[in-house]
Design a protein. Structure first.
Length: 360
């Protein structure tokens, strides 16, 4: 079984679990929590356009997530300042959460400084009561390093997801790509000359044409995620050009018919399109419906790290901010801000971990 096949199996099980939880959730629990609405009722969309999730699918997904309920036994309203630092990819999401969080906790000030994932841990070490945002999963060795630098109980929580797509110029005849083909194109693992489009199934005049990798900058969170997590530390292939943002990257693919790049799946461009992902004999469409239904495997975790060992007012407020992000209102806000929610089993595990650490 390929790595993608394993991921698809895990996500499919997650979807089944989410569906089973929907029927057991009391309607009254959700009454006070806003639900994101979707403007059309069908999942198919127009011919040639990506499938969109239906209203019923979106509501079922959100109803399966625990609603946010402020602490019942609090002796006084929550106070303090929540200071959030790190990933620029999460800046918009952090602000949306801050707005929703303040509807419940008007006495808390939320300050957001998105200076990049590379600086997130520096801020957390300097101020253990703040929250660090990272646009990639957090490894065990990173948590251990934080403890060595003086943090008491650093804990990482996956709070949302970003789906990635493999984009080509619309004039390109290739329709899909497998995990093995991605490795050939985007890393130097396959020794030899520059790969050609024949290796992705192109025929005729396209077969012998070279593949032009439009790369992300070395400091891009997407590039770091691809190198360290998707390709297991392999050396990334030098691109014909390097870009920081999704918009710049897709503009380069638009200008180069031989170009290929990896960007956020929700990125758009009139003259580019996302390839389907191949897993064995199956072709997984690169659209929102596939992501939300658990079929699409190429997603990147967005993470917040807090020190659960801190007990001051600012730390308690930061912990409650993460609690809000993991509940129904927070996940609905993520969808509304063009991110994707976390799989239900992971959400439940994170809430259990957060509440368990809070009451130690």
């Amino acid at each position: 079984m390929t790595r993608w096949s394993q991921l698809v199996s895990v996500f499919t099980l997650s979807l089944a679990y989410a569906a089973s939880m929907t029927a057991n959730l009391a309607t009254a629990q959700n009454a006070a929590v806003p639900i994101v609405t979707v403007p059309n009722e069908t999942a198919s969309g127009k011919p040639g356009q990506p499938a969109q999730p239906s209203v019923s699918e979106m509501v079922a997904l959100l109803k399966s997530v625990d609603p946010y309920l402020p602490p019942k036994n609090a002796k006084a309203p929550l106070t303090g300042n929540v200071k959030v630092h790190g990933s620029t990819s999460m800046d918009a999401l952090a602000h949306v959460w801050a707005s929703g969080f303040n509807e419940f906790h008007k006495g808390v000030k939320v300050e957001i400084g998105a200076s990049g994932s590379f600086e997130a841990f520096e801020h957390l070490v300097a101020n253990p009561s703040c929250a660090a945002m990272l646009s990639h999963p957090v490894r065990d060795e990173e948590v251990a390093a934080l403890k060595e630098k003086g943090l008491k109980q650093p804990v990482a929580f996956v709070v949302a997801r970003v789906a990635l797509g493999i984009f080509v110029n619309k004039s390109n005849p290739v329709q899909s790509i497998s995990g093995e083909q991605m490795r050939v194109v985007f890393t130097t693992d396959a020794k030899g000359e520059t790969p050609t489009w024949e290796q992705l199934g192109a025929t005729g005049e396209w077969a012998s044409k070279p593949i032009h990798v439009i790369a992300r900058s070395e400091t891009s969170g997407t590039q770091v995620y691809l190198r360290d997590f998707v390709f297991g530390g392999s050396t990334m292939r030098e691109g014909v050009s390097k870009h920081v943002s999704n918009a710049e990257t897709l503009a380069a693919v638009t200008a180069d018919p031989l170009g290929i790049a990896i960007c956020g799946l929700k990125s758009t461009g009139e003259l580019v399109r996302a390839l389907s992902l191949k897993s064995g004999n199956n072709s997984i469409p690169s659209d929102e419906h596939a992501v939300l239904s658990g079929q699409y495997p190429l997603t990147r975790a967005l993470t917040i790290v807090i020190d659960m060992g801190q007990t001051d007012a600012n730390a308690k407020a930061a912990q409650e901010y993460v609690h809000f992000a993991l509940c129904q209102s927070g996940q609905a806000s993520a969808i509304g801000a063009s991110y994707f929610p976390v799989e239900l089993p992971m959400l439940r595990a994170s809430l259990h971990k957060l509440q368990g650490e809070q009451f130690r």
